[in-house]
Design a protein around this ligand. Sequence first.
Ligand code: ARG
Length: 469
Amino acid sequence: MTDTAHRPHEPANMQWGGRFAGGPSAIMRDINASIGFDHRLWRQDIQGSRAHAAMLARIGLLTPEDEHAIATGLEAIAEEIETGRFAFDIALEDIHMNIEARLTNRIGEAGKRLHTARSRNDQVATDFRLWVRDAIDGLTAQLSDTMLALARRAAAHAGDPMPGFTHLQTAQPVTFGHHMLAYVEMLDRDRGRLADCRKRLNACPLGSAALAGTSFPIDRAMTAAALGFDGPTANSLDAVSDRDFALEFLSAAAIGAVHLSRLAEEIVIWCSAPYRFIRLSDAFTTGSSIMPQKRNPDAAELVRAKTGRVTGALVALLTVMKGLPLAYAKDMQEDKEPVFDAAGAWALSLAATAGMVRDMTPDTERMRAFAGSGFATATDLADWLVRVLRLPFRDAHHVTGRLVALAESLGLDLAGLSLAEMQAVEAGITDDVFSVLTVDASVASRTSYGGTAPANVTGQAERWLAVLA
Ligand code: ARG
């Protein structure tokens, strides 16, 4: 980035320097400039300018020659930026003025006509919406891909039991496939939030000008359509000062990142030596510089950690927007970095998550063995007492509790108790009770809609694969 010092005999700023005699102080320039980060909006800025120029030509505010010069000039600038030959200038503050100045520099007079009937306020609002819309589309595709990886795992492990936890204490056996599908549901809601955000985002602010609209007979429907928006925004004040679309995007990102952090945490736990439910390959682990035996799940830990910056971005932008009077204020220039950062962190986290889900090797035997420990089928026993002996559930719960205590004192599993030992607690118990105490019987019995029974899980996995694959 070149750092052009201000020359006293030239206007301080070619774009707005008419009334300014002196240039900005270096500190003013530094705090004011956004080119260091908003250069990422260059594609959207060029897209917006081309649509605007085409519209100005259509209504006769630009000659066809000028419009042609602008379009080809902008195309050439896109090429310069793409190939790294564009000299961004901090003195020109932002991407909008950098591109406009370069256009005038390339094509002369016609370039100076481009900013008719628009302002940087509607320009940046338009560019930023386009950028967020692209980010939404990219992230939605990544969410779908991650869901696909999870759904494939679910289909493959629909019948493999693992311990289900509440409070991270053994609760009831579930299947590994069921566990995978829980995240498919979560990620689907993340997609839904993005789709919802996209719907409201998809109105075009261009032509709202600085805040009041314009006296020129512009065709806002034309620019909106050219940029793929559903239509123009209805209130110029709102259009230049609204950043709801960014806040909604960040809210969706924060929730999405929290979801990924929960899976990441489970991956960390499952990889740990006491669990060893899954193994990650060299592709998604690192070693320790001192402990040769280590295989650390760094990717999962970083997915877990990136949530901090994503939720931070949401809080940052909410705080920037809070209390801002209408319409535009320069505070709003602080909207971009949190969004860029959160979108990048979410995208990388999704890539890492999909990668780990595809990479991991589940140890199904070990999961199955653990699924039966910790009296995991105690609820099945209580349900049996209700179903077969017609005990009220509260009494069945109490009887089962006594049987668990007995087994625990004898160092046995529930299935290890003899029938006589069980009958000493509840006389009505028969041999049939043992049929519900195995892990496989337990998961197979959970056939209620949404339950963990392998047949259910297979059905759900197939439903998802049909949508995603
Ligand atoms: N760089 C500015 C931003 O990102 C563009 C809009 C500037 N508008 C203005 N009135 N100074 O917010």
